[in-house]
Write a protein of this length. Structure first.
Ligand SMILES: NC(=O)c1ccc[n+]([C@@H]2O[C@H](COP(=O)([O-])OP(=O)(O)OC[C@H]3O[C@@H](n4cnc5c(N)ncnc54)[C@H](OP(=O)(O)O)[C@@H]3O)[C@@H](O)[C@H]2O)c1
Length: 301
């Protein structure tokens, strides 16, 4: 198959590209960063700029599936300007692809968009599978709903649509896990709040395999892209400390303090939700890293 990826140069995109190339697919990718645009066997970069509406229309030639991963990082301070950036980088870019497909003859059959578990409201008791009512009213919850709506517009072109509601991706190259490791390594690691809040996560290799599974099996609709067993904040901090042979002696940092330091973004540390990957498990997907203990023993040596 020929697969067009946006955001292919990022954390998930790089792993997914390797996975798809190993499976002998052809990868086209769109990048906003011209120097990242390369061409080699089965791997072809094209330039775009969703802000100005520019896109190299050749990117779509012969493409069967689009994977839309592009988006500004949520790990930057959420100023009003940056909130627009978070929105536009995901939604203007999806709109630009939609316009291209609407006016250009093509053979795209499947549009797969990244999404986030932030769409589910916090809960001590709910178990969120893909049929759960999802409408968290935080900034991030609202953003994810708009992001998913921008993916759903592709249905009007008779294209299958999938939304990958992704938990925190664990990788040793980039992302949240690396940020969690840093203070623990420096002997100042600690949990947050009660530490009981459940965090949904997934190993980088499993998410790449899950995208590939969704492509192969033409899985449609919402997919919870999380490991089967969430981890509490306290448990996660303890596993990392154990892997790094570091003690944890500081008290957990309270929510009010983290709100002062991070502003609205502090919710990322205190979110509490139990999300389950029911759809892919029922379809036969097998996790290589089902528990945080197994994932972290692979990632932290
Ligand atoms: N990693 C996670 O824990 C996680 C969890 C939940 C959801 N997700 C979502 O999954 C997607 C991929 O995540 P990731 O961790 O791989 O992200 P990432 O490493 O930050 O990479 C995202 C890519 O998007 C492109 N991009 C960045 N800013 C952009 C902008 N303003 N306009 C258009 N494109 C822009 C960049 O590619 P170019 O420079 O090549 O254009 C970048 O490499 C994101 O949408 C993210 O929100 C990730």
């Amino acid at each position: 198959m020929k697969i067009l990826i946006t955001g292919a140069t990022g954390l998930i995109g790089q792993e997914l590209t390797n996975q798809l190339l190993q499976e002998n697919h052809i990868v086209h990718y769109l990048t906003t960063t011209p120097f990242k645009s390369h061409r080699r066997q089965n791997y072809f970069g094209f330039n775009w700029n969703p802000k100005t509406g520019k896109i190299d229309e050749n990117c779509i030639q012969g493409v069967d599936v689009i994977v839309h991963l592009a988006g500004a990082s949520i790990a930057e301070k959420w100023t009003p300007y940056y909130k627009n950036e978070l929105h536009d980088s995901r939604i203007q870019s999806a709109d630009l692809l939609f316009q291209l497909l609407s006016k250009t003859p093509n053979q795209v059959k499947h549009f797969i968009s990244a999404s986030g578990t932030a769409i589910y409201p916090d809960s001590d008791s709910a178990l969120y599978d893909e049929e759960a009512i999802a409408s968290d009213d935080s900034f991030l919850g609202d953003l994810v709903q708009k992001w998913e709506a921008s993916a759903d517009q592709f249905k009007s072109l008779h294209i299958k649509v999938t939304k990958m509601r992704t938990g925190i991706v664990f990788s040793n190259k980039k992302g949240a896990l690396r940020e969690m490791i840093k203070p623990i390594k420096m002997f100042v690691g600690t949990g947050f709040g009660s530490g009981k809040q459940l965090q949904s996560w997934i190993h980088i290799k499993d998410i790449a395999r899950m995208y590939s599974f969704v492509i192969q099996n033409q899985v449609e609709g919402v997919v919870n892209a999380v490991a089967p067993i969430p981890v509490s904040n306290q448990e996660l901090t303890s596993i990392i400390a154990k892997r790094l042979h570091r003690p944890l002696f500081l008290p957990n940092l309270p929510r009010s303090f983290m709100k002062m330091v991070l502003g609205e973004m502090h919710i990322l540390l205190f979110n509490n939700k139990n999300v389950v990957p029911k759809k892919v498990v029922n379809l036969g997907f097998k996790f290589d890293y089902p528990t945080a203990e197994i994932a972290l023993s692979h990632l932290i040596k």
